[in-house]
Unconditional design. Structure first.
Length: 352
């Protein structure tokens, strides 16, 4: 396969600077779940460290440990998908911050053997999204359990956090009120969090009051705008990746490219978008398992390079997402690991 997923690390660095500016006074927690949104964890983490990122959101313990191996000790790594005692123990050993959103995990933590250092706990209040989290009616009971863990030296209360729906300003305002009430109750119980974090990309950019101490920003960092929302130009971000394919054959008035649905293109997009060719945009006719057919152009020849989507292309990941009622990051995550990643920057060109 000669297709590539090209990642511009300098564009990524510019996005990080833009995110830092947009969420100030809060700090940016760079989310790197799903292999850094399919951009490649190691290269993304290394550049993020160079650019001064201090917090990384790694989703699960396995990813958190991988980030720690790349980043070393001088970064805080937050994980929030925890399956039980084994994950808790592994997270503590890897020096990860642990997002805990149910009583069972607090019980598991209480039963763990003593560790060299306390678990760094970020307790999650459910503000209405119902994506795990302690329900408000159970909040005081959870605080009591956490207090016992702190007193026993098994935990430190590092953070209070939640997810919000970002469906409407009114819904988010209601969620924030629940969040603030939960924090007030915690402080009243003698548990003051070192950090509070409520907002992700959209609310972090648009609503200053939601920024708190940390803002978890993933998609915007990679130049993926929200579906149905502001443009990249409006947000001040830029796509960092380009999915390219090569012409393998010319078949009458169509050309065949070496990229198909098994490599990440949803077949339902067939006939609904254009790729950028050396002669300008050309329509996509068919998306097959390992290749695709697009309208030909004069002098088309095997080896010609076509931008399927992304930086410099006719469409972005979010443009495609909007055609099938999903979000841009879902399109990015479809890019198969079989497609080689190619990184560019002002430094040496490297491949994975």
């Amino acid at each position: 396969m000669s297709a590539e997923y090209r990642v511009d690390l300098d564009a990524f660095a510019r996005n990080l600077a833009r995110v830092r500016e947009a969420v100030a006074h809060a700090r940016h927690m760079l989310v790197v779940k799903d292999d850094a949104y399919a951009h490649g964890l190691e290269a993304i983490v290394r550049r993020a460290m160079t650019e001064g990122v201090e917090w990384i959101g790694a989703f699960d313990v396995e990813t958190g440990r991988a980030v720690r191996a790349v980043a070393g000790p001088n970064v805080r790594i937050f994980v929030w998908l925890l399956g039980g005692a084994e994950d808790l123990a592994a997270g503590i050993e890897a020096d990860l911050d642990l997002g805990i959103g149910d009583h069972a995990l607090l019980d598991d933590l209480a039963e763990l053997a003593a560790a060299p250092s306390p678990a760094r706990v970020h307790l999650k209040i459910d503000t209405g999204l119902h994506r795990n989290g302690i329900r408000p009616e159970d909040w005081e009971r959870a605080l009591a359990a956490l207090s016992r863990l702190v007193d026993a030296g098994k935990a430190s209360f590092e953070g209070l956090w939640s997810h919000i729906a970002e469906a409407s300003d009114a819904d988010d305002d209601d969620a924030r009120e629940i969040f603030l009430a939960a924090r007030a109750t915690a402080v009243g119980a003698g548990l003051t969090p070192q950090f509070s974090h409520l907002a992700a990309s959209a609310a972090g950019f648009a609503r200053e009051a939601f920024r708190e101490d940390l803002v978890r920003v993933g998609a915007f960092s990679y130049g993926i705008r929200p579906a149905g929302g502001p443009t990249e130009r409006d947000l001040g971000i830029e796509p960092i990746s380009t999915l390219v394919a090569s012409v393998t054959s010319v078949e009458g008035d169509a050309v065949r490219l070496d990229l198909g649905s098994l490599h990440g293109l949803p077949s339902v997009l067939e006939g609904r978008f254009s790729v950028e060719t050396p002669a300008g945009p050309r329509g996509v006719r068919a998306i097959e398992p390992t290749s695709m057919l697009v309208d030909a152009w004069a002098d088309a020849a095997p080896g010609d390079t076509v931008i399927v989507w992304g930086r410099g292309g006719a469409v972005s990941a979010t443009d495609l997402a909007e055609l099938i009622d999903t979000i841009g990051e879902e399109i990015a995550l479809r890019v198969s690991p079989l497609v080689p990643r190619r990184y560019t920057s002002n430094g040496p060109r490297t491949a994975r």
